[in-house]
Design a protein around this ligand. Structure first.
Ligand code: AMP
Length: 417
């Protein structure tokens, strides 16, 4: 039996892959304009990076990690997200000494053992940005604006920025307590997971998708009423800077994020066309994580964007322009004339291939049709003798002889038609 791709994984093929690569190109260019450098960390790390970095009582760490023991008995995990790895790298390379503020971005695959469904995979792809070394609210707004701009540049509309604050070490414990008190009055209607979360991680109950839990939390106390002065001030300034940068947002007091490390700002960008899995990206501030992973006390802000979902939202829209491929047919055993023709085309930036395996005009044309090619160029012995080429439009089968020296001029005209 033929072997298939592992459940929850898939091959990304042409033409879909063209949107992926074009998107990556646009993202890299834009992020550089905002002062970000790319970082590529390994796909696997010591498991500790994630268990300490993401938080022991999160779904990711409890249920979703691909963890294995290597040949020396060390526990290794395929990265379920990249922030913890980037922080590990930031600390390891003492990037705090390189610049007061360090801006990094990444693009790559992540791995989570989740139940596969539409838009949710076990190997999926994220783009992320992280800023280290500034607790200034402008950084929050600027880094949000950067990704909103990227999405707009891609032509997306119907986007919404939901934002909230999850407080800090000073004020969150008071809210946590108030929420726990509230939830304990509704314990019996909460799902099994939330009964457990209530004690260990009550903010996660706000995030639960089970209808019963969702109903309960509509009356829960709001974290907005518990923020300390510092967190309130920070949030107010983030809003002002978002206004200055012309980013529309809405305050969602029920928004919390699945990961433990957030402090103050959390946000998501929602695509209104996406249904249940509607967040394209999410992130926030994480002022304690660098220290918790063994570094200095360095504040940080970041987000991660789900590329699989982004591509779903894009649907059939093309980010790239379609460029025709010119198929050059040697007709006969001597490939030299065809090879020279293809070289001329490639040097001028066109896409061109020699159909070396086509052993007749008929089989060559059939091959081109199958590939959906628009143009054939016949470059056989008799054409070579006359220093001409035959340019054939596959759409209407009309062909004409052109002087070899006019090739580039002629195909420019054809493409413009
Ligand atoms: P998170 O790292 O959980 O905050 O997720 C950030 C973004 O990654 C989400 O908003 C999703 O768009 C995307 N994402 C998370 N998990 C998956 C998955 N299993 N499959 C596809 N995309 C995902």
């Amino acid at each position: 039996m033929a072997i298939k791709a592992v459940k929850g994984t898939r091959d990304i093929l042409a033409p879909e892959i063209r949107n992926w690569t074009k998107y990556e190109e646009m993202a890299r260019k834009l992020f550089r304009r905002y002062g970000f450098e790319e970082i590529r960390t390994p796909i696997f790390e010591y498991s500790e990076v994630f268990s300490r970095g993401i938080g022991e009582d999160t779904d990711i760490v409890n249920k979703e990690m691909y963890t294995f023991t290597d040949r020396k008995g060390r526990s290794i995990t395929l990265r379920p997200e990249n922030t913890a790895s980037v922080v590990r790298s930031y600390i390891e390379h003492r990037m705090d000494l390189q610049a007061r503020v360090k801006r990094l971005f990444y693009i790559g695959p992540m791995f989570r053992y989740e139940r596969p469904q539409k838009g949710r995979y076990r190997q999926f792809y994220q783009t992320g940005a992280e800023v280290f070394g500034s607790s200034h609210p402008f950084v929050d707004a600027d880094t949000i604006e950067m990704v909103v701009r990227l999405l707009r540049d891609m032509g997306l509309t119907g986007l919404r920025v939901d934002i909230n604050s999850v407080g800090c070490r000073e004020c969150r414990p008071n809210y946590r307590k108030a929420l726990q008190d509230f939830l304990s009055g509704h314990r019996e209607v909460l799902c099994e997971d939330c009964k457990r979360r209530m004690d260990s991680n009550p903010l996660r109950v706000l995030d639960c998708k089970v209808p019963g839990c969702k109903t309960v939390v509509t009356d829960a106390p709001s974290i907005q009423d518990y923020l300390c002065e510092g967190c309130q001030g920070h949030q107010g300034q983030v809003f002002q800077f978002l206004d200055t940068l012309d980013v529309a947002y809405s305050l969602e007091p029920g928004l919390v994020r699945g990961l433990d490390y957030y402090t103050r700002t959390v946000f998501e960008v929602i695509s209104e066309g996406l249904g249940a899995q509607n967040a394209i990206l999410g992130g926030g501030r994480y002022d304690n994580l660098v220290k918790e992973l063994g570094g200095r006390d360095v504040p940080a802000f970041g987000w991660a964007l789900g590329m699989d979902r982004l591509m779903m939202v894009l649907g059939n829209r093309k980010l790239y322009t379609e460029e025709p491929t010119f198929y050059v047919l040697p007709i006969g055993n001597d490939l030299k004339y065809a090879v020279a023709t293809v070289a001329t085309l490639k040097n001028a930036g066109y896409h061109a291939v020699v159909l070396a395996e086509a052993n007749s005009l008929k089989s060559g044309l059939k091959q081109i049709n199958k590939a959906g090619g628009r143009f054939a160029i016949l470059a056989g012995e008799s054409e070579k003798e006359k220093s001409v080429l035959i340019l054939r439009d596959m759409g209407n089968s009309v062909q004409r002889e052109i002087p070899v020296g006019d090739l580039l001029k002629e195909i420019e005209n054809e493409i413009a038609k």
